[in-house]
Design a protein around this ligand. Structure first.
Ligand code: IFM
Length: 762
């Protein structure tokens, strides 16, 4: 993979694959996936290639297969397929090809692939494949292929809608159809009964002149409808195939639960409007939307000695856009976005802790939609609490559709024990509220989430008479290598904070909005719960540093077998393979080894809990024992290192974080990109190096640029004002681009008014 191959306005926006390796098609399929939050389409080649795993995922369309272990986002019918034959020989990128190039332009969402192909019979073709999923029209995808005959030959095209893809078992076919040049497939998910309509329409041109070939339409099974036609091309002639496709489902908010007749009518109406559009027009409109919604306000410009750094940020912003179903508050972001089948499309704490901050600071309306999803799931969370003998709302570790409740596969203990997610969601609500001051959100949704999650924690605490303390036993913390442990520091501190927030806002509401307090009191029984919060909150056990200055990750972590060696030059994460081998024999639970940031995340989120010396000590202790076996880990370590002024370490960790998807490892992204890691990369730059942070209820900006960076510029939203932040080695500049309200920032221990523009010497 080559980066930054773009020029002019696209410089720093383009990822390029220079060689097609049929052994590893999945890497670029995931990382170059297209989408718009409604759907995600993997960047699989148009031609079928052995290993390719085509993927079209429509947000929120979860389905459960009886013999499977939990609900998943099904892979729906593929519209990207197109096979070409030259004088009877199939064109394939794993044949005799040259000048291969596949690029993703993050700026306008254009996927482009080109190569020269030579058949066994010596016939040569030049091919250019273009694809776009519209950001403007969420149902629309378009492909255009230019096939230039370098030698005269007959080019046969086979193209259509292919629902016979991996995972098609989720669908019951409802009909295939071809009316005029529009082909369609309708299907229904087997358990959730969601109706799908997928349509496609082809247009053919030779040297830009429309042609109408004899077309034969056929299907090999009920999930497929294909068209075949042939063109005699003279040397130098170019055949252009434009394929306009759309997808609608009965899960779409506008047609929620509709019947097939309505779905088909809506789809046909839509296709009528778009079928005559050119590829260029669709791309242009989509690119304008990218500019309006994303790049004009969310670009992060990094001026670095290493050009890849800037691309890493844009790659993150690109994917955070295509993965997020922010058009519908009944949906949330999957751990792999919409880029692959990994984690079944489920939502984890990844949203609130790793991605939500990006949305809060760049587009609060989208952040609100993601939090409304949690509110819309609150009944299911209450049900989980009840089933497990607790009170309030206990959020599922993995969630899918809002009424599904816990969807973690039953073989994973995390679904039973990883409880910190409930407090993570409360933290997300709090961050959103502080950054936006959106009182209407709080009245409608936020307070209820804060109170009911705190109610859960109050019922979850266990009293230890001997210690006269409340403990949280039998959990899994962020470090998932340690199962069924007691008093995970991260969980205990966050649970307490959740309760503290509930106390604070309940008291505030009683004072300032007695009607709201009364309504919520009646709904949640807050009078009794409030007393229990007060009685318990100061007695929650909060692990502190021991005599060696170490904060124990849980009750037993520091007693486990330490396998690090002082004389070893390799870090433990560099020895991950060996560590796994040891763990296979003795189990991770007996080793002083962490999968991912745990205590570090606590120190990052709550920066005043421990002194800088203690934080530094713990940083190096835990980093030495963390194999970053989760993509959520490196970014936290990097941002915390930046806070601690450990610039080189922070940069080294940032570089590693940014190679999780974009890097040379060909296996890491097979099942989809790492959504949380991409949110984490944004946090490394904005929170870590630029030092932006919610500090209490204030905005703090305390930059720590790495040596390789000359500067960084980006916009953030704070209390309805857009602030342009520019950091160089010497100066921090903050401009209020909205200018309707005064904003203050904390810097160097001072509270400074931004006014019409603020410059601080660093
Ligand atoms: O939520 C994470 C978890 O922290 C580590 N395993 C993968 C999950 C999904 O990304």
């Amino acid at each position: 993979m080559v980066y930054n191959s773009g020029k002019g306005e696209y410089k720093g926006f383009i990822l390029k694959e220079e060689r097609f390796d049929p052994e590893f098609p999945e890497k670029s399929e995931s990382i170059m996936c297209l989408g718009n939050g409604y759907m995600g389409i993997r960047a699989a080649n148009e031609e079928y290639v052995h290993f390719a795993s085509r993927g079209t995922f429509v947000a929120g369309t979860f389905d459960y297969l009886e013999d499977d272990c939990s609900t998943e986002l099904p892979n729906s019918a593929d519209v990207t397929n197109m096979l070409f034959e030259a004088d009877g020989e199939a064109v394939s990128p794993d044949g005799d090809i040259s000048d291969y190039e596949k690029t993703l332009n993050c700026k306008n969402g254009l996927l482009r692939r080109t190569f020269l192909w030579k058949g066994k019979n010596g016939k040569r073709l030049k091919l250019e494949f273009l694809r776009c999923v519209s950001l403007k029209d969420l149902h629309l995808a378009v492909s255009k292929v230019n096939v230039t005959a370098l030698d005269s030959c007959t080019v046969k095209v086979t193209s259509g809608i292919d629902g016979d893809v991996k995972g098609s078992g989720h669908f019951e076919p409802m009909g295939i159809n071809a009316v005029s040049d529009v082909m369609s497939i309708t299907a229904k998910t087997k358990e959730s009964g969601i109706l799908f309509s997928t349509q496609t329409c082809h247009r053919f041109e030779i040297d830009s002149i429309k042609v109408e070939p004899d077309i034969s339409v056929y299907s090999e099974n009920e999930l497929q409808i294909m068209t075949k036609c042939a063109f005699d091309l003279k040397e130098g002639q170019t055949l252009t195939v434009t394929k306009i496709s759309d997808i609608f489902t009965s899960r779409d908010r506008e047609r929620d639960g509709c019947d097939m007749a309505r779905l088909v009518a809506d789809s046909r109406e839509h296709m009528k409007k778009v079928r005559n559009m050119t590829f260029e027009k669709i791309l242009e409109e989509s690119a304008a939307e990218w500019e309006r919604r994303v790049w004009s306000c969310r670009d992060v410009k990094v001026d670095s000695e290493n050009e890849t750094d800037c691309l890493a940020l844009r790659f993150a912003v690109y994917h955070l856009t295509v993965m997020a179903p922010v058009h519908d508050n009944r949906m949330n972001i999957g751990a792999k976005g919409l880029s692959g089948p990994g984690y079944r499309g489920h939502t984890f704490w990844d949203t609130e802790i790793f991605m939500l901050p990006y949305f809060v600071f760049t587009c609060p309306a989208e952040a609100r939609s993601l939090l409304e999803y949690r509110y819309n799931s609150i009944e299911a969370a209450r049900q989980i609490a009840k089933e497990r003998g607790y009170e309030g709302a206990m959020y599922p570790w993995e969630s899918a559709w809002i009424t599904d409740g816990e969807v973690t596969p039953s073989w994973a203990l995390t679904g039973l024990m990883e409880h910190h997610i409930t407090a993570d969601i409360a933290m997300g609500v709090y961050l959103y509220y502080v950054a936006t001051g959106d009182e209407e959100f709080m009245e409608s949704f936020g307070y209820e989430i804060l109170f009911d999650t705190a109610k859960f924690w109050a019922s979850r605490l266990e009293y230890n008479e001997k210690k006269d303390l409340y403990e949280i036993l039998h959990v899994i913390g962020p470090d998932e290598y340690k199962e069924d442990i007691d008093n995970n520091a991260y969980t205990n501190y966050l649970a307490r904070y959740n309760i503290l927030l509930a106390i604070k806002y309940y008291e505030k509401l009683r004072e300032e909005k007695p009607e709201t307090a009364k309504r919520l009191c009646a709904l949640l029984g807050l009078d009794t719960v409030y007393k229990s919060w007060l009685g318990k909150v100061d007695k929650i056990y909060l692990p502190r540093e021991n005599a060696d200055g170490l904060v124990p990750e849980d009750d037993t972590y520091l007693t486990l077998t330490d396998i690090t060696r002082e004389d070893c030059t390799l870090s433990i994460s560099e020895m991950a393979g060996e560590v796994h081998a040891i763990a296979r024999k003795v189990g991770f639970s007996s080793l002083m080894v962490s999968k991912q940031a745990d205590v570090m995340l606590l120190m990052y989120l709550f920066e005043d809990l421990f002194t800088p010396e203690i934080k530094k000590k713990n940083f190096y202790f835990y980093e030495k024992r963390c194999i970053h076996d989760s993509s959520l880990s490196l970014s936290t370590y990097s941002a915390l290192a930046a806070d601690l002024g450990e610039k080189d370490t922070a940069y080294r960790l940032f570089e590693r974080a940014s190679t999780i998807d974009m890097g040379p490892d060909m296996w890491t992204s097979n099942e989809g990109i790492h959504a949380a890691s991409l949110g984490g990369i944004w946090q490394c730059a904005v929170f870590g190096f630029a030092g932006v942070r919610r500090y209490g209820e204030e905005l703090r900006i305390e930059p720590h640029l790495p040596d390789k960076w000359r500067g960084i510029t980006f916009d953030i939203s704070w209390k309805s004002q857009t602030l342009r932040v520019e950091v160089t080695k010497k100066v921090l500049t903050v401009k209020n681009m909205t200018g309707t309200d005064e904003v203050y920032i904390l810097n160097g221990g001072r509270r400074l008014a931004v006014g019409s523009g603020l410059t601080v010497e660093l």
